[in-house]
Design a protein around this ligand. Structure first.
Ligand SMILES: Cc1cc2nc3c(=O)[nH]c(=O)nc-3n(C[C@H](O)[C@H](O)[C@H](O)COP(=O)(O)O)c2cc1C
Length: 186
């Protein structure tokens, strides 16, 4: 096997027969991530997909990136409408996160959205119990393997009442406990 094909399995160990894609999946599973629901409209109804592949690109101008599998209804709808929202979930939005990650199922999220969205505050659906919602217009869409990377130009930001963030790690959801004062010091 070529050096590039070798995979680090444990500290200092190079495992010749381990597949790098399998180990890569396991490694990324150990990265604790915040959880978002990427929202859009499908047939004029709120639709959402749970995602962890989301990051800020720049503040000036405000740009954000999400990576969605190209085959999803969400990716098609976002390409078609040119708009998407990102609701950054708090722990109380766990049910919404589970609902919006069911593969192959309709993901109309009417029941999980804020009923009283301020008039015109966001062009995209806002998930209840989100710590914040970022409303974007598609600035660029780049294909990458079987995903589409959407770069969004931020048009509006709504901050909702604070909640502990929802975190995903090792194939399960977690809350975030505050560290003790001693542990917080860098
Ligand atoms: C915690 C978590 C994070 C996820 N992150 C992403 C992501 O960043 N991008 C993505 O395309 N799918 C992600 N998924 C998978 C989608 O939520 C799920 O497969 C999707 O709802 C399937 O959509 P479809 O039914 O339209 O095919 C994630 C799932 C979970 C549970």
């Amino acid at each position: 096997m070529s050096a590039a094909g070798r995979s680090l399995h444990a500290v200092d160990a190079i495992v010749e027969d381990a597949r790098v894609d399998v180990l890569f999946r396991q490694a990324m599973g150990r990265l604790a991530s915040g959880v978002v629901i990427v929202t859009c409209y499908v047939d004029d109804r709120p639709w959402g997909i749970t995602a962890t592949a989301c990051c800020s690109i720049s503040v000036d101008p405000p740009l954000l990136l999400v990576s969605l599998k190209s085959s999803t209804v969400s990716a098609s709808a976002i390409q078609r409408t040119g708009r998407f929202g990102v609701s950054l979930l708090g722990a109380r939005a766990l049910d919404a996160a589970k609902f919006a990650s069911r593969p192959g199922q309709p993901k109309f999220i009417d029941d999980y959205c804020t009923p009283c969205e301020p008039e015109g505050a966001s062009a995209t659906p806002i998930v209840r119990h989100a710590a914040a919602h970022v409303d974007c217009a598609v600035n660029q869409a780049h294909p990458a393997a079987d995903h589409l990377l959407f770069i969004g130009e931020v048009h509006a930001v709504l901050l909702q009442s604070a909640d502990r963030p929802l975190v995903y790690c090792s194939q399960s959801y977690h809350g975030l406990d505050a560290l003790g004062e001693q542990e917080q010091r860098s």
